[in-house]
Design a binder for this molecule. Structure first.
Ligand code: TYD
Length: 209
């Protein structure tokens, strides 16, 4: 369907995936590989605007289904406005989160149900699925500790959830990885940043060969 490769970084909060994505992106660019980096929710103006509404710590009354729909809406706009055009140019798209985030966070952790969340996302993305998902596995205790000790990181509405919520997110990811083994690579994200970077770098360079 498309010429480029759509590679998605998935994982719990504080798993280090955004930092590693930046490092891998710089490495690929330095080596002359045509790629872009982007993120969800966001990546383009309309989706960044939706992101502000979803993640605003003041929006404590947001209904779980509203949350799921907003993520799906942001995903749709970002996909058609940015991801698809870049893939059509043959580029590698490195994206921080995509559909499996919604299945783990809204489907499992918020208890909406994976099938229901999958249905609204299917409406949003059609047949576009990532070519590869890299799951950064970290215990919620380590992830939240990293977030709390990083003064530069903005704390969002989902970070404020109790540790139990993040355990559910992790269990959700485990189930999704188990059911979609051919679509996932799993990384032990409790290792040092350098080790994680080297593992992800070799997974991606092998994948795009
Ligand atoms: P972000 O600051 O990007 O977190 P991180 O750096 O950990 O990726 O915030 C995104 C938050 O939104 C994060 O808590 C996960 C959540 N999220 C969902 O619940 N569902 C989704 O579909 C997506 C894309 C993100």
């Amino acid at each position: 369907m498309n010429k480029g490769k759509f590679i998605v970084f998935e994982g719990g909060d504080g798993s280090g995936k955004s930092t590693v994505l930046e490092m891998v992106y710089n490495y690929l660019i330095e080596n002359g590989i045509d790629c872009i980096k982007t993120r969800e929710p966001g990546g383009i103006k309309i989706s960044e605007d939706i992101r502000e509404v979803i993640l605003d710590t003041k929006n404590t009354s947001m209904d779980p289904k509203t949350e799921a729909l907003l993520y799906a809406a942001a995903r749709r706009q970002h996909l058609v406005e940015k991801v698809i055009p870049e893939l059509d140019k043959g580029r590698i798209v490195l994206c921080d989160r995509f559909i499996f985030s919604s299945l783990a966070y809204q489907g499992y952790a918020r208890n909406i149900g994976v099938d229901e969340v999958y249905q609204i996302n299917k409406f949003a993305i059609g047949d576009y699925m990532p070519d590869l998902n890299i799951f950064f596995d970290v215990s919620p205790e380590v992830g939240l500790e990293r977030i709390n000790s990083n003064d530069n990181r903005e704390v969002n509405r989902l970070d404020l959830e109790k540790v139990n919520f993040h355990h559910k997110v992790r269990e959700g990811y485990y189930t999704l990885v188990e059911k979609n083994k051919d679509k996932f690579e799993v990384i032990d994200a409790e290792k040092s940043l350098n080790e994680v970077f080297h593992s992800v770098k070799s997974i991606i360079t092998n994948f795009i060969k």
